[in-house]
Write a protein that binds this ligand. Structure first.
Ligand code: BG6
Length: 469
C-alpha cells in the first residue's frame, strides 16, 4: 500500500458525541428518535417525550471524552479519523445567519487534537443529523431554501477549519434516501403525498448543495478535497439468465445514479429514464445545470457492508428472500447476527466496479462487523470474529489496490469505538475496536476498554497492511 495510505476509523457525531444540549446545540433529527432493536423499529417522536429513551442523547460521550479517545486512536496508529460535524452545534436551528462560536470551538479542539498526533481528520458535513427545526419549519430538503442554509453552514466551517481539515465529505450515503427518507433527508411525508416525487426533489436540492459545497471549498482553500459518499455493495445476478443479469445491472445503475451526478456533473440517462418512468417532474432553475457541472467531487467515498442478489422470480425456482436492503439471499455467504451478508471478495469487485466507472480516487470510509460482544473478566473482549472479518476485507482491498490498480485513498473502520447503531439505536450492535461500557438503556460507566481487535489493527497499520495475522 502507498506510504500515505489513510488507515483509520470512522464515527458520526450523532452516534457518539452525546451532550445533545451542550454548548448551545439545537435539536437534530436524531434527537427525537427512540431506541429500537432488530425486531422493533425506532420511533420518531414529535419533540422529546421523556417516557422514551433516546440513545443519541448520550451517544458514547465522545463530547466529553474525545481527548482520551483520540489518544487511543493514536495508540492504534491511526493516520485518519473520520467524524462528522453536528450541523446543530454550529447552527442550532439551521437558519441563523451567524454560527455558534461554542460549536466551532469544540470541533476546532477535536481537529487540533487529531493533528497533535498526526491524524488527518476526514469530516462529513451531514451524517444523518440535520437540524430538526429545518424539518419542522421548512419541510426539510423538499424545500429549496435548504440549499442556502447548507451553503451558509459550509461557509462557516470551511473558513474556520481551512487549515485543519483537508478531506471533506458532503452527504453521508446520499443514495440511501430512497429507502430511508428520514435519516439522510429529514423527510416526513404527509398523507397522500407523492413520496417518490418528494424524495427526488429533495435529492435534487442535496445535489445542488453538494456541488456548491465543492465549489466553495476549492475557493476557500484549493488544497481541500471534497468527496461524495455512497452506500454501495454490488448487486449480483441471481443466475446467468439474461433477465437476471439485466435486472442486477439496472439495480446497480439505479443505486449509483445520484453518485453519477456528483462525479460527472450531470444527470445520467438512467436517472432521467427513471424519473420519466415514475412521472416525476422536478422543479429546477436554469442555473442548476451549471451548478452541478461546476461542483464535481474530487473523490468518492463509500460504505461497504454487503452485496446483494437481484433476479427475476420465475416459476419453479426456489428463491429465498434475505438481506436487509432488499434482494435475495446469497447461498454462498454467511450473515452476521443482524442478517447482513458478509462478502469480502465483493469488496474487491465493488472497488473495481466503482473505479472503472468513475476513474477518480476512492475511499472506503465505512466497513466493519456489528456484533454483540461480551466483556469478559479482566475487561477483555475476545472479538476474533471481528478480526477475521476485517482481515478478509482488508486482504481483498489490498488485492484491488495492488493487483488491480484501483486508486484508493484510505480505509476507515466503521464505529472504531462502540457507538449507537443508526439502524436500530442499539448499543449492543458493536463495531468497535474499543469497547464502551454502556447498554441499550443507557446504563454503564462509559469506561473504554481495548478489545483484542485493537491490538490486531495496530499491527496492521504499523506494517502498512502487510501483517494481517
Ligand atoms: C451506515 C451509516 O449506513 O451504516 C452509519 O452511515 C451506520 O451511520 C452504519 O451506523 C452501520 O449501520 P447500523 O445500523 O448497524 O448502525
Amino acid at each position: 500500500m502507498k506510504n500515505n495510505f489513510l488507515w483509520g476509523g470512522a464515527v458520526a457525531a450523532n452516534q457518539c458525541e452525546g451532550g445533545y444540549l451542550e454548548g448551545g446545540k439545537g435539536l437534530s433529527i436524531m434527537d427525537v428518535m427512540t431506541a429500537g432493536s432488530k425486531e422493533k423499529k425506532r420511533v420518531i417522536t414529535d419533540g422529546i417525550n421523556y417516557e422514551y429513551y433516546y440513545p443519541n442523547h448520550d451517544g458514547n460521550k465522545f463530547f466529553y471524552q474525545y481527548k482520551e479517545d483520540i489518544k487511543l486512536f493514536a495508540e492504534m496508529g491511526f493516520k485518519a479519523f473520520r467524524t462528522s460535524i453536528a450541523w446543530t452545534r454550529i447552527f442550532p436551528n439551521g437558519d441563523e445567519l451567524e454560527p455558534n462560536e461554542e460549536g466551532l470551538k469544540f470541533y476546532e479542539s477535536v481537529f487540533k487534537e487529531c493533528r497533535k498526533y498526526g491524524i488527518e481528520p476526514v469530516v462529513t458535513l451531514s451524517h444523518y443529523e440535520m437540524p430538526l427545526h429545518l424539518v419542522k419549519a421548512y419541510g426539510s430538503w423538499r424545500n429549496r431554501k435548504l440549499v442556502n442554509f447548507f451553503e451558509n453552514y459550509c461557509h462557516a466551517v470551511f473558513h474556520r477549519f481551512k487549515d485543519l481539515v483537508k478531506y471533506w465529505i458532503t452527504f453521508n450515503e446520499i443514495n440511501a434516501i430512497e429507502f430511508m427518507p428520514y435519516m439522510p433527508g429529514g423527510l416526513i411525508f404527509e398523507e397522500g403525498e407523492n413520496r417518490k416525487q418528494t424524495i427526488y426533489q429533495a435529492v435534487h436540492h442535496q445535489l445542488l448543495a453538494s456541488a456548491k459545497a465543492v465549489k466553495l471549498a476549492h475557493k476557500i482553500n484549493p488544497d481541500m478535497k471534497v468527496g461524495g459518499m455512497a452506500l454501495f455493495g454490488l448487486n449480483y445476478p441471481m443466475t446467468c439468465h439474461p433477465e437476471d443479469v439485466l435486472k442486477a445491472e439496472k439495480k446497480n445503475n439505479h443505486f449509483l445514479a445520484i453518485t453519477d451526478v456528483q462525479v460527472r456533473g450531470y444527470y445520467p440517462n438512467t436517472l432521467i429514464a427513471h424519473l420519466k418512468d415514475e412521472k416525476i417532474k422536478l422543479e429546477t432553475k436554469a442555473e442548476d445545470e451549471q451548478t452541478l457541472k461546476e461542483g464535481k467531487v474530487d473523490f468518492l467515498s463509500f460504505s461497504y457492508y454487503m452485496t446483494l442478489v437481484e433476479g427475476v422470480e420465475r416459476e419453479g425456482e426456489n428463491i429465498a428472500k434475505g438481506n436487509m436492503v432488499a434482494g435475495f439471499a446469497n447461498p454462498y455467504l454467511e450473515a452476521n447476527e443482524w442478517g447482513w451478508q458478509i462478502d469480502p471478495i465483493g469488496l474487491r469487485t465493488s472497488l473495481n466496479y466503482l473505479y472503472n466507472r468513475y476513474q477518480i480516487p476512492l475511499f472506503i470510509v465505512e466497513n466493519g462487523l456489528g456484533a454483540a460482544d461480551t466483556l469478559e473478566e479482566c475487561n477483555i473482549v475476545n472479538d476474533d470474529y471481528r478480526i477475521d472479518y476485517m482481515r478478509d476485507h482488508i486482504r481483498e482491498m489490498k488485492n484491488a489496490v495492488e493487483d488491480d490498480g484501483v486508486d484508493l485513498l484510505g480505509y476507515t473502520a466503521w464505529g472504531c469505538i462502540d457507538l449507537v447503531s443508526a439502524g436500530t439505536g442499539e448499543m449492543k450492535k458493536r463495531y468497535g475496536l474499543i469497547y464502551v461500557d454502556k447498554d441499550d438503556e443507557g446504563n454503564g460507566s462509559y469506561a473504554r476498554y481495548k478489545k483484542k481487535s485493537f491490538h490486531w489493527y495496530k499491527k496492521v497499520i504499523e506494517s502498512n497492511g502487510e501483517d494481517l495475522q
